[in-house]
Design a protein around this ligand. Sequence first.
Ligand SMILES: Cc1ncc(COP(=O)(O)O)c(C=O)c1O
Length: 400
Amino acid sequence: MSNLIQLKAHFAEQVYPDQLGNYSRKKLTKIAAEHGTPTVIIDQDVITSQYQSLVAALPKVKMRYAIKALSNPDVINHLHGLGCGFDLATQGEIELLKSLSIDATHCIHTHPIKKETEIRQAIEFGCRYFVVDNSHELDKFKAFKDQVELLIRVSFRNQDAVVDLSRKFGCELTKVPALVDQAQHSGIRIAGLSFHVGSQVPAPYAHVNAIEQCLDVFKTMPNVGWKILDIGGGFPIEYNGPCPTIEEFCQPINDALQQVDDSIEILAEPGRFIAGPSAIQLLSVVGMAQRGERTWYYLDDGVYGVLSGQMFDHAKYPISPLQEYDLTRGLHPSVLAGPTCDSIDVIDEDIVLPELAIGDLFIATQVGAYTMASSTEFNLYPKSKILWLSGKKELLTATD
Ligand SMILES: Cc1ncc(COP(=O)(O)O)c(C=O)c1O
């Protein structure tokens, strides 16, 4: 296959189709004209449907949304209204909850490494449940032993996860008895086990294995008084490749959870699954240049901005021109780049595009999770505007 044909196939199959979902081109174009670009639109209805479908797929599990994925106040407020609790990790996240008058009742502090002042502040906020994965961290809780209950985070390495979160955090299962011993000697209460088998996990078997192994620990150490099993996050969404439905993904996890005693509360810390699909971004072509056989299109946001998840989160966002083009008029090898002066700021080199012009719009989808969270103001470009879409399906084609 020639290079160009390969590029065309890539474009036709992976980049161009169905970017828009049900959104209306006309309305998005109007929004871009009204608000300018780059602009992110976060859709309340998508937050609702993602949250509710996860709750329905995991009926025994209470959700603690991982604030780090997308800490937009409207998102947090809305999830709170839906009955979701929160996985928080920093004082900044606590301040955000406080600013929204959300208390600590359904919160869990999941950061395995904290300063003592951070522990103190989280306790002042009302947080009772914290995570540890080593003896130094456990020691920090001696001073607070009557105010806290701890979860021991266990590591389950997972090469299949796009982001393996058990390299940096979590202890081996074999270390759990020693940590429990240490806690008991210090009069600190151990409430449960937690794990995170990695983010954007392709299949549920890592969760199933981790659940089974945690249940073994519960069984072999019955005197601990276990009361919580926290199965973390990892629930995948569709970027450019296929992805199981959340029902398919959760079925084996549900089966494994049937073995959990009713006295144990089961928690999950979903971030990506709830936030990822909720946001799209509108961008504009701000410049173009022919370099060799490729046309370079420079957009007004890139990997230093909302698409920073390409660097930090290993994500590749579906991105395509917003306008409809007559594809029979030809597709050309192209490069999509961000606006900054850094040469690393390239969004995609392996694409073909119709002939575009300065001012044409692009749409990137699935940009809710770990995107705005890591976007910068490199070159002092302002961050993308963010719109919270709270109305009922305002952007859908039905009334177009
Ligand atoms: C402790 C913890 N919980 C939950 C999450 C959310 O994971 P995900 O976005 O895969 O659902 C993360 C992600 O980094 C995490 O570190």
